[in-house]
Write a protein that binds this ligand. Structure first.
Ligand SMILES: O=C(O)CCC(=O)C(=O)O
Ligand SMILES: [Fe+2]
Length: 309
C-alpha cells in the first residue's frame, strides 16, 4: 500500500509534482519538507501563540469581535462546531487575515486585523509568518498545477489578494475519566483551496482514508502538513480530494497536555469563479458541479454551516 507522501519542495518541482499529486489524489494530504519557512520564525510564532493563550480569559475575550464571525481576533473555547456535529470543538483560536491598502477593490471582503497589545512582537512575527506561509503555498500550488497539466503559474492569479487566514490554535488540556481519546476537533473538510499546517507535532491529527478508516498523520519536526480544501476539490471535479480530518486527544500522559497548531487556510481571491477545470472532466468523471460559484459566496455558505457566520 502506498503512503502519504513526504516531499521536499526544495527539489525541482517537475520531479516531485507527481508524487505530491498522487498523495493528494489518494489521501488529500501530503507532508512537505524544506518548505522555506524559517525555523526561527516558526519557533518565535509558537512561543508567542503560547504566550497569548496563557493570558487571562477576560483579557483574551476583549479581542473577540462582536458580529465578526471569528474572522479576525479571538474566538473562545466552545464556539466553532464542525458541519453536522452536535457538540462544539474543544479549542480556542486567533485569526490573522490579509492586510490590504485602503481603497483596494477587494478590501470590502476583508475585515481589519486586531493585535493583542499584551504580547510584544505579536504583530511583526505573525505578519512575517503570514507572508512566509503564502510563499510556501504558492510553491505547492505550482507543483499541483504541474500535476494537473496546467501552466506552472496557473494558480498565481487565482489566489492573489485572496482571503487567506492564519489560525493559531490552542486545545486546552483535558481532564477527567473521558480525556483519553476525546475528540478535540470533530471530523471536517477544510473550506478553502489548500491548507498548510505547522506546529502539529503533538499527536492527534487523523484523516479518514479511502477505506473509511481513521489514520494518524505523522509529522516530522518542522515539516508542513498540506491538505486539499473543498474549493480545490470542486475546481478539480474531486480529482484532488478534500479529505475529512479530525483531532483526537492522545492516550497516556499526552492526554493531559495542551495542543497547539497553526494552520494557514489559503483561499482563492473572493471574486475567483470556481468553475470545473475542463481537463478534469471525462466520460468516467462527468462534471459534478455545473454552476460556477464565486469563492466568496462558497465561503459564506460554508461559514453559516459551521456557526461562524
Ligand atoms: O490542529 C490541527 O492539527 C488541525 C486543525 C484543523 O484541521 C483545522 O483547524 O481546520
Ligand atoms: Fe482542518
Amino acid at each position: 500500500m502506498s503512503e502519504i507522501a513526504s516531499v521536499s519542495i526544495a527539489r525541482p518541482l517537475d520531479e516531485v509534482a507527481d508524487e505530491l499529486g498522487r498523495s493528494f489524489r489518494e489521501y488529500g494530504f501530503a507532508v512537505i519538507r524544506d518548505h522555506g519557512i524559517p525555523a526561527d520564525l516558526i519557533a518565535q510564532a509558537e512561543a508567542l501563540s503560547k504566550r497569548f493563550f496563557a493570558l487571562p480569559e477576560e483579557t483574551k475575550k476583549a479581542y473577540k469581535i462582536q458580529g465578526g464571525g471569528g474572522a479576525r481576533g479571538y474566538t473562545p473555547f466552545g464556539v466553532e462546531r464542525a458541519k453536522d456535529a452536535e457538540v462544539h470543538d474543544l479549542k480556542e483560536f486567533w485569526h490573522v487575515g490579509r492586510e490590504l491598502p485602503a481603497g483596494h477593490p477587494l478590501a470590502e471582503y476583508m475585515a481589519d486585523n486586531v493585535w493583542p497589545t499584551e504580547v510584544q512582537g505579536f504583530r511583526e512575527t505573525f505578519t512575517a509568518l503570514y507572508a512566509a506561509f503564502e510563499k510556501a503555498g504558492e510553491r505547492v500550488l505550482e507543483a499541483i498545477a504541474l500535476h494537473l497539466g496546467l501552466e506552472r503559474d496557473y494558480f498565481k492569479a487565482t489566489v492573489e489578494d485572496g482571503n487567506s487566514v492564519m489560525r493559531l490554535l490552542h486545545y486546552p488540556p483535558l481532564d477527567g475519566p473521558h480525556a483519553e481519546g476525546a475528540i478535540r476537533a470533530a471530523a471536517h473538510g477544510d473550506i478553502n483551496t489548500i491548507t498548510l499546517l505547522l506546529g502539529a507535532e503533538e499527536a492527534g491529527l487523523e484523516l479518514l482514508n479511502a477505506q473509511g478508516q481513521w489514520q494518524a498523520i505523522d509529522v516530522p519536526e518542522g515539516a508542513l502538513v498540506v491538505n486539499i480544501g473543498d474549493m480545490l476539490d470542486r475546481l478539480t471535479n474531486h480529482r484532488l480530494r478534500s479529505t475529512q480530518h479530525r483531532v483526537v486527544n492522545p492516550r497516556g500522559e499526552a492526554a493531559y497536555r495542551s495542543r497547539y497548531s497553526m494552520p494557514f487556510f489559503l483561499h482563492f481571491r473572493p471574486d475567483f469563479m470556481i468553475e470545473t477545470l475542463p481537463g478534469c472532466i471525462d466520460p468516467a468523471h462527468p462534471e459534478d458541479h455545473p454552476a460556477p460559484i464565486s469563492s466568496h459566496e462558497f465561503l459564506q455558505q460554508r461559514l453559516r454551516e459551521i456557526n461562524l457566520a
